[in-house]
Ligand binder design. Structure first.
Ligand code: GLN
Length: 198
């Protein structure tokens, strides 16, 4: 999704992951509802969830994205992207935020859960259940999942906070895999897309 945020980084990581897997695929940037209709999978990048949500609401792509994901299209929400997947979002300082969300997962997300920009950090993350035991997590004004329903799987926690989740073809991370050279999460996502087409 190329409305705002870490778009080019995700395009590069996804292309590298396709190469590593030896899979022939097309990576495109997506802005409009018509772009969304053609997709087999969508990455919603990190950036500013209020901006991405508001602009995609205005150009009607938000509604089409929701329909496609409800129809089974895999989606990978990164940081701001994970916030957009949630039913409700609040900010650690200002409380409940009134922002457009996709409401695809029964989760509540706390924005800026680890502090503001200057509190950005990197930490080692384990996601054993998807066979990624070691991953360098880059956290930038990162959210965490503060409430979730029992059908949402916790993939990883850091400092007791939930930082990676999965439900069916939907995955979300608080951290930014596109800012490391490790493309294992992008590869995992591509396999979700591939399997959803079989
Ligand atoms: N704090 C941002 C938001 O609430 C997310 C930060 C990020 O994506 N790196 O949208």
């Amino acid at each position: 999704m190329a409305i705002q945020g870490d778009v080019q980084e995700n395009i590069l990581s996804t292309k590298k992951a396709l190469d590593d897997l030896g899979i022939d695929g097309t990576v495109t940037d997506v802005k409009t509802a018509d772009d969304v209709k053609k997709l087999d999978g969508l990455i919603i990048p990190g950036g500013e969830s209020t901006t991405i949500g508001q602009l995609s609401l205005v150009n009607s792509s938000l509604r089409i994205i929701k329909e496609k994901i409800e129809g089974g299209m895999p989606v990978f929400g990164i940081c701001a992207g994970m916030i957009l997947l949630a039913k409700t979002a609040s900010d650690r300082v200002v409380g409940k935020t009134n922002q457009p969300l996709l409401d695809l997962l029964e989760i509540k997300v706390e924005r800026n859960s680890f502090g503001r920009q200057r509190e950005s950090f990197e930490a080692e993350i384990a996601m054993d259940s998807i066979s990624i035991p070691k991953f360098r997590g880059v956290f930038i004004r990162a959210p965490s999942v503060s409430e979730l329903s029992s059908d949402v799987e916790v993939l990883s926690k850091f400092n007791e906070k939930i930082v990676a989740i999965k439900k069916g073809n939907i995955i979300g991370t608080s951290f930014h895999p596109e800012l490391t050279s490790d493309v294992s999460l992008h590869k995992y996502f591509i396999n979700l897309v591939k399997n959803s087409k079989n």
